[in-house]
Design a protein around this ligand. Sequence first.
Ligand code: ATP
Length: 241
Amino acid sequence: DSNDNGVILEIPKVNWEDVGGQREVKAQLMEAVEWPRRHQDAFLLIGTRPPTGVLMFGPPGCSKTLMARAVACEARLNFFAVKGPELFSKWVGESEKAVKSLFTKARANAPSIIFFDEIDGLAVIRGKENGVSVSDRVMTQLLVEMDGRFDRLLYVGPSNETDREDIFRIHLRKIPCSSDISIKELAHLTEGCTGADISFICREAAIAAIEECVDASEVTMQHLKTAITQVQPSQVQSYED
Ligand code: ATP
């Protein structure tokens, strides 16, 4: 990774198979990002511009960042990650300059994705210059650079039971597991847990297994059940099918 003024250029190593559930969002992202690149000629032929801006929204820990990385990796794009609030500067014009230089860098490394994490953080930045709020000006500059708008709005929500099975499978696949583990039961026991919660549960269970037996550690159902009691599900309510 190279770090320059808080902007990070990384080559993500996340594949679609690392993301559990979220089938619809995955499909939409592929369509918006991979597809136009694969079929550039078709777009030229119809004389239409592929979408440039995708806005993912939803509660934390449900895989927005993970999927942004996956789409960049799968489509072989460079990935620039920047936290929305980091673009903010109290100096007149500096915030716009930061946005401009970010896009210049991304174009120089095209094809690329610029991932703005916590873009909602911009909205809460107060500070006004000449009556126009800094966050409004940053947002305007952003839209100018994008040459458009957010073409696609994608809700990334909490997972249902079947998707949680997927997520457990992903996080347990690299850990030695005892044969008593029931993925189905784990998914059932974790209503309201996000992907981030499940990742935490699996890590805690693995640590507990190592603490118990360093040489021949194996995660058991009991380790996982104990770890589950240690998390407060992030979601008050999940949307079960
Ligand atoms: P935030 O707003 O906090 O950035 P986010 O929606 O971007 O939330 P991520 O950062 O992508 O969430 O998720 C955090 C971690 O949780 C991931 O790195 C991954 O380990 C795990 N995780 C979340 N969702 C999933 C999922 N659907 N499948 C597998 N792992 C997941």
